[in-house]
Structures are given as structure tokens and as C-alpha cells.
Design a binder for this molecule. Structure first.
Ligand code: 3HC
Ligand code: NAI
Length: 681
């Protein structure tokens, strides 16, 4: 199959690219485009050229799978220059997405028309690179620096109408008549004596604009290399002639594309897509229609979970055991929506539409006709079993029963029902209306159809879903456990709370482990009736009445604005606690802290893989990235371990093993390290 075909429509050469699924600009497409431009130049009967994509989209960008390999000519910058240099006007006819290299091709065209549903953007920064085929130099010249800079630095695409408003699109055409309208437009402009050429434009910037932009976005961009390079490239467009600006763009591009951050971010791009592919679930697996969802428990999680479905237009019946928590839960949902509306991200009407889909109730029978019921009641097996047995009796046959449990055994829960094949874990993360991650827990008997339905539903509610099998804490919380355990041990051995947190903040986490504990509440999982002396620092603090942010005192002290300061009192309490346990304190350096917090997580991830509890290493990376704030530019725990070397990780684990209670080295990790292999390969 040839990717590019040409046909003549009178005096217009129509160049169609057909490279499914997303018309990526791979070598065949680039060669075909170059040949088509040459064909137009050589044919005196051709007066104008239309470039259009077959299938679902215009070019969605360079072919990312070619990165890091030796590129076959012609390169994209070359093709883009050929298009722009055409003396016959070239019109980009855009539908679907014109992204990255795709938009760069469009920018080289003399005119751009698009259907209303099209989206245009330069998302390269999300892959740790910058537009490398003139995007940073042409876009500011076409739409101005003020509009171009945020597009290039955020990577977020804009809709066609907005693109038209900023001058990126010349005309919006009919949704169903793109090709015909583009050809007609081509005839309109063909006779003009001169055509717009993006590279000949000028990009002007107000003094101080770039520094202002840097300051405004500093927090969001922290840790990432590509955004700063993007800013520098756009800045070059305002200070240098086009050719020199292009040279600057190339230099920055080459540095980024060969760097570790870009490799990590590309890994994540493919990891996110791989996560949706489940063993034993084929594309033709029948889905269960989900028209109505029931949720049990209107507490911290239940309310947030409900919001996901309400926002997606799916009716929710929310069940509580008493009126008071029900009212509280419903009020909080409304308050959250109203806060979103206040920020301008929702209209008052949308708030009411969402709220109108919510039916609060105290009656189990009201769940009878739900297609899916998600349980989010207290984390106790006895209660879960009681609730599931009751649900099984009430909810119609064929409906899915799900648990939001953080740790408990889904198979044990499923066993109390007559429909274990329709039981599944849907583990949301707090706050459930915000966090992108959804761990889907596959029970031993969960049917492929139930799994496929959960996957499809996760897309509808805009979550990134990862499948885990039953084990204590699944993927995310299971790997969190050794980190928390080592955090506790490090405290007792003499590391300070704020030093441990700082190591992870510097690594790129939004929060350190003790900040996280303070936020969640120190009393999660603490039993006030336990008569044994506290084992963990956290329990000892609880016994002393410290609860974290909620009562202003935890590992840190908090003021009314939730600013934290290290607590000398807590430091002393920890020292005394260690002395009572007979643990000698010493100075612990940052490297040891880092290794003892993160290497055991890598080891736990490898154990999860060797036990078959996760399908692939990259799934683990997706969990930690979207559920726990692991810094994206390292690619996630598994990719990070591969980057620093598995032999280094294993050597570190062996060194620290005597201090790590209950530690067991993963055989998979040891074997891969010995054989020079990778976890994510
Ligand atoms: N190169 C190679 N493969 C790509 C690709 C690309 N640019 N974009 C998507 N794919 C693949 C995906 O991996 C997936 O493969 P799979 O079916 O084997 O898993 C398949 O195409 C379909 O992709 P999605 O599942 O993502 O499909 P959606 O319909 O959900 O989304 C999309 C479509 C919005 C186009 C999305 O795929 C996307 O955002 N793609 C990347 C766009 C991008 O980053 N472009 C810039 C590339 S870098 C560049 O252009 C450099 C230049 O400046 C020099
Ligand atoms: P919560 O205590 O805030 O809410 C639980 C709610 O369930 C309460 O409002 C309670 O009144 C209600 N409830 C109890 N028994 C009930 C019954 N039989 N019928 C109807 N309602 C009943 O608890 P939270 O934090 O929302 O946790 C719920 C579940 O979600 C637990 O399994 C927990 O492990 C899990 N989870 C919690 C996360 C968190 O960060 N809080 C994160 C992910 C999962």
C-alpha cells in the first residue's frame, strides 16, 4: 500500500495521505509528500495543491516509533521546506487532529482550512521534546507570540474555532464536505499573485514577556527540561532571522530527543496505550451497557466516585446507611461542583444538570435496576461481605458489583455472591473526582466481558485504567508499603522527618511521605483500642493525640493556612521512641535515604511482575505516575530503575538488606540485573 496517493480534480492536485491509524509522518509519508510537491511543480496543468488525510485524521505528528533510530530521508524539516517553497499554493485540509509535525506541515502550507471538530496543537513538549520541523519558528510568526507560546509550552491542542480566531485557520469548512470545500478554496486562491509564507512573517514580543511567562508557569513546569527549551526556541523566533531560529530549534531538539527525559516520556506515551490491552480480552469482547450506576457510601471516596459518573452524564443512585452522612455527602458533591463553576470550568447550568442525575437514597431496593454498583463503605472484610451478599440479592442479574477496597481480597468478597464472575475491584484514588488513576482489580473469576466493560467505562469517565490481580494493596498501595516501612525505619535510625521528605521532593514528588501521612490523617489504620505498645512512629504520634493536618499537629505543625513547620517536639518524641526500642541513632546521608525509600519499591514492583499480579512493567509506571505523583520525567519506578541500571539497584538493595526488615529480593529483578536486562524492555 502506498501511503500517499495523488489525483487531479481539474487544475487542483489532491494529495491524500493514508497511513492508519493516525497518519503519522513516517518515512513513506514523507517520501510521498516530497514526490507529490515535485509532481505539482512539474505539471503545468496544476494550479494548486490540497493535502488531506484519509481515515480519521490529518497527520497526528511525526512517527514516534522512528525516534532514537537512524532516520531515513527525507527528514520532516526538509519536506516542510519543500511544501513552503512550492510556487503553486498548497492548502492543508484538516480534520481530526493536526498535531506536532502534522501542524508543522500545515504551517508550511500557504493556506489552512479545517472542519469545526478539528483540533490543532504542538504536543511535542509532552514527549519531552519541542517541535522540530519549524513549529517554534513558524507558529509565532503566524499567530503571534502571545498565542503561540502557551500552545508550544503546554502542548495542549486548541479547537478549530479558536484556531480560526487567532489566525491559524483561514476558513472553517463543512464537517462533511472537507475535500470539496478545500478544492473550492484552492481554486479561489490559485489566481492570486502572491501567497502567504509563514517563514517570512515576523514574531514580535513585548520586553520581559518570556521571563514573565517563566515565572507564571514555574510551578507547573518544575523538573521538566523541554518547556524551557520551548521558551528559548520561541524567544529565538523573536530575536533571530528565520534560518538562524531554525538552527536554534534544531540544536535544542537534538539535545532533548537524545536525552533521558524524552526517552522516559515516550515510554509513558506507549505505556498508557499498552495499559488498555488486557490478556484474554479481545477487541470483540461484548460490553455490558452501563446506563445507571449505584454507589454505596457517601464518604470521602463515594462522593468523589459519584462525581465521575455524573460529569459523564450517567445517572447515579447514592446509598448511605443514615440520613446525616447522606446529606453531608450530597452537599459536598454540590460544593465541589460549585467550586469548579466558580473557577469558570463549568457553567451553573452544567452544575444543575449533573446534580439532577443524582438520586440519594437510604433504601437498598433502589439499587435494583443499576447496571453497576460500586461499594465504598468502611474497609473491613466483614462489612464488605455483608454488603455484597445483600447487593447480590437486590441488584438485577447481569449487573456488575464492584468494590473500591484499597487492600482487601476481591475473590473472598466475590465468594459471598452468586455471581463471582460479575465482581471486580474498581480502586479509585483520593480525591476520586480529580485523580486520573483507576486500578481495575481482576478477580480469579471476573469475566472478560466485565473487565472489558470496566475498561471502556474508565475511558468514558476519563481515567487512566490499569489492571491488577488480587494481592494485598494491588499495585500501588503494595509498593507504597515498603516505602512507608523504610521511612519509619529511617526516622528511628536518626534521619529527620523534613530531610526524608526533602529527598523525595527533590526527586520530583509533589509531597514527601510524611507530608502525605499528615494530609491523609495519621489515624488511618490506627486502632485506638490496641493495648500493645506502638510499633510505628505514626501510631506513637496518634497515641499522643497528633492527627496530622486535620488537628494542626502531625509529623509537622500546621498554621491556619496549612503552612508546615518542622516540629522540635516530634523530633524529640522520635528520639525517645528509638531509645526505648534500643535503636542507635546516626547521621544518614541523602543518598541512603533515596535508595532505601525507592529501591525497595522497585523490588516490590518486580515481585508483583514475577507473581503475575501486573501484566507488564509499564503498567506499574502508569500507576505510580497517575496515582502517587511519581515524576513523569523519570518514566515511573520501573523505567527509572532501568535507566539507572538494575545492577545498581540490586547492589543497593543488598547493601541495605540488613536494615530492611522482612526484605526479600525479587528473583526477576536479580536475574535481569545479572543478565543486563531491563524491566520495561
Ligand atoms: N507516532 C506513532 N504512533 C502513534 C502516534 C505517533 N505520532 N500517535 C499515535 N500513535 C499510535 C498509538 O501508539 C496507538 O497505537 P496502538 O493502537 O498500537 O496502541 C494508535 O496510534 C492509536 O493512538 P491512540 O490510542 O492514542 O488513539 P486516540 O484516538 O486515542 O488518539 C491522538 C489519537 C490524539 C492522535 C493520539 O494518538 C496522540 O496524541 N498522538 C500523539 C500526537 C503527538 O504527540 N504528536 C507529536 C509527535 S512528535 C513530532 O511530531 C515531532 C515533530 O515536531 C518533529
Ligand atoms: P469513609 O469513612 O469516608 O466513608 C464510608 C462511608 O460508608 C460512610 O459515610 C459510612 O456512613 C458509609 N457506610 C458504611 N457502611 C455502610 C452501609 N452498610 N451501607 C451504606 N453506607 C455505608 O471511607 P472512605 O475513605 O470513603 O473509604 C471507603 C472505601 O474506599 C474503603 O474501602 C477504603 O479503603 C477505600 N479507599 C479509600 C481511599 C481514601 O483515600 N480514603 C482511597 C481509595 C480507596
Amino acid at each position: 500500500m502506498t501511503a500517499i496517493t495523488t489525483r487531479k480534480d481539474g487544475d487542483v492536485l489532491v494529495v491524500t495521505s493514508d497511513n492508519p491509524p493516525v497518519n503519522a509522518l513516517g518515512v513513506a509519508v514523507r517520501q510521498g509528500l516530497a514526490a507529490a510537491i515535485a509532481e505539482a511543480a512539474a505539471d503545468p496543468a496544476v494550479k494548486a495543491v490540497v493535502i488531506i488525510g484519509a481515515g480519521r485524521t490529518f497527520f497526528a505528528g511525526a512517527d514516534i516509533t522512528e525516534f532514537g533510530k537512524s532516520m531515513q530521508g527525507p527528514g520532516l524539516p526538509e519536506v516542510v521546506d519543500l511544501i513552503e517553497a512550492s510556487t503553486k499554493p498548497v492548502i492543508a485540509a484538516i480534520h481530526g487532529t493536526a498535531l506536532g509535525g502534522g501542524l508543522e506541515v500545515a504551517l508550511a502550507c500557504h493556506y489552512r482550512v479545517a472542519v469545526p471538530s478539528a483540533k490543532l496543537g504542538l504536543p511535542e513538549v509532552k514527549l519531552g521534546i519541542l517541535p522540530g520541523a519549524g513549529g517554534t519558528q513558524r507558529l509565532p510568526r503566524v499567530v503571534g507570540v502571545e498565542a503561540a507560546l502557551p500552545m508550544i509550552v503546554s502542548g495542549d491542542p486548541i479547537p478549530a474555532r479558536k484556531a480560526e480566531a487567532i489566525g491559524l485557520i483561514d476558513r472553517i469548512v463543512g464537517e462533511a464536505s472537507l475535500e470539496a470545500d478545500a478544492i473550492a478554496y484552492a481554486r479561489e486562491v490559485a489566481g492570486k499573485s502572491a501567497h502567504p509564507v509563514a517563514s517570512r512573517g515576523e514574531a514580535k514580543a513585548e520586553p520581559g514577556m518570556f521571563d514573565h511567562f517563566r515565572q507564571q508557569n514555574a510551578r507547573r513546569l518544575k523538573g521538566f527540561e523541554a518547556p524551557e527549551a520551548c521558551i528559548q526556541a520561541v524567544e529565538a523566533a523573536t530575536t533571530l532571522p528565520f534560518d538562524q531560529g531554525m538552527a536554534k530549534e534544531r540544536e535544542l531538539f537534538m539535545k532533548l530527543v537524545t536525552g533521558d527525559q524524552s526517552k522516559a516520556l515516550r515510554h509513558l506515551f506507549f505505556a498508557e496505550r499498552a495499559a488498555s490491552k488486557i490478556d484474554g480480552v479481545t477487541a470483540d469482547t461484548p460490553l455490558i451497557p452501563i446506563a445507571k450506576v449505584g454507589i454505596l457510601g457517601a464518604g470521602t471516596m463515594g462522593g468523589g466516585i459519584a462525581m465521575n459518573f455524573l460529569s459523564a452524564g450517567i445517572p447515579v443512585t447514592l446509598l448511605e446507611r443514615e440520613q446525616a452522612p447522606l446529606d453531608r455527602g450530597v452537599a459536598l458533591i454540590r460544593k465541589n461542583y460549585e467550586a469548579t463553576a466558580k473557577k469558570g470550568r463549568m457553567t451553573a447550568e452544567q452544575v444543575e444538570t449533573a446534580m439532577a442525575l443524582l438520586t440519594p437514597t437510604l433504601a437498598f431496593d433502589d439499587l435494583a435496576d443499576c447496571d453497576l454498583v460500586i461499594e465504598a463503605v468502611f474497609e473491613l472484610m466483614a462489612i464488605k461481605k455483608e454488603v455484597f451478599a445483600r447487593l447480590d440479592g437486590v441488584v438485577k442479574q447481569g449487573a456488575i458489583l464492584a468494590s473500591n477496597t484499597s487492600y482487601l481480597d476481591i475473590d473472598e468478597i466475590a465468594a459471598v455472591t452468586q455471581r463471582p464472575d460479575h465482581v471486580i475491584g474498581l480502586h479509585f484514588f483520593s480525591p476520586a473526582n480529580v485523580m486520573r488513576l483507576l486500578e481495575i482489580v481482576r478477580g480469579a473469576k471476573t469475566s472478560p466481558s466485565v473487565l472489558a466493560t470496566a475498561m471502556a467505562l474508565s475511558k468514558k469517565i476519563r481515567k487512566v485504567a490499569v489492571v491488577a490481580c488480587v494481592c494485598h494493596g494491588f499495585i500501588g498501595n503494595r509498593m507504597l508499603a515498603p516505602r512507608q516501612q523504610q521511612g519509619n525505619a529511617l526516622l528511628l535510625e536518626g534521619a529527620r522527618v523534613e530531610d526524608i521528605d526533602q529527598v523525595l521532593l527533590d526527586f520530583g514528588f509533589p509531597m514527601g511521605p510524611f507530608q502525605m501521612s499528615d494530609l491523609a490523617g495519621l489515624d488511618i489504620g490506627w486502632d485506638p483500642n490496641n493495648s500493645h505498645p506502638a510499633e510505628k512512629v505514626q501510631d506513637m504520634l496518634c497515641e499522643a493525640g497528633l492527627r496530622g493536618q486535620k488537628n494542626g499537629h502531625g509529623f509537622y505543625d500546621y498554621d491556619e493556612k496549612r503552612n508546615r513547620t518542622p516540629s522540635a517536639k516530634v523530633e524529640q518524641m522520635i528520639r525517645d521512641f528509638a531509645a526505648r526500642k534500643g535503636i542507635a541513632q546516626r547521621r544518614i546521608d541523602r543518598q541512603e535515604i533515596l535508595e532505601r525509600l525507592l529501591y525497595p519499591m522497585v523490588n516490590e514492583g518486580a515481585l508483583i511482575l514475577e507473581e503475575g499480579k501486573a501484566q507488564r512493567a509499564s503498567d506499574i509506571d502508569i500507576v505510580w505516575l497517575n496515582g502517587y505523583g511519581w515524576p513523569a520525567w523519570t518514566g515511573g519506578p520501573m523505567f527509572w530503575a532501568d535507566t539507572i541500571g538494575l545492577d545498581v539497584v540490586v547492589a543497593g538493595l543488598e547493601k541495605h538488606a540488613p536494615k530492611m526488615e522482612g526484605f526479600r529480593l525479587s528473583k526477576l529483578l536479580a536475574d535481569k540485573a545479572a543478565g543486563g536486562g531491563k524491566l520495561t524492555a
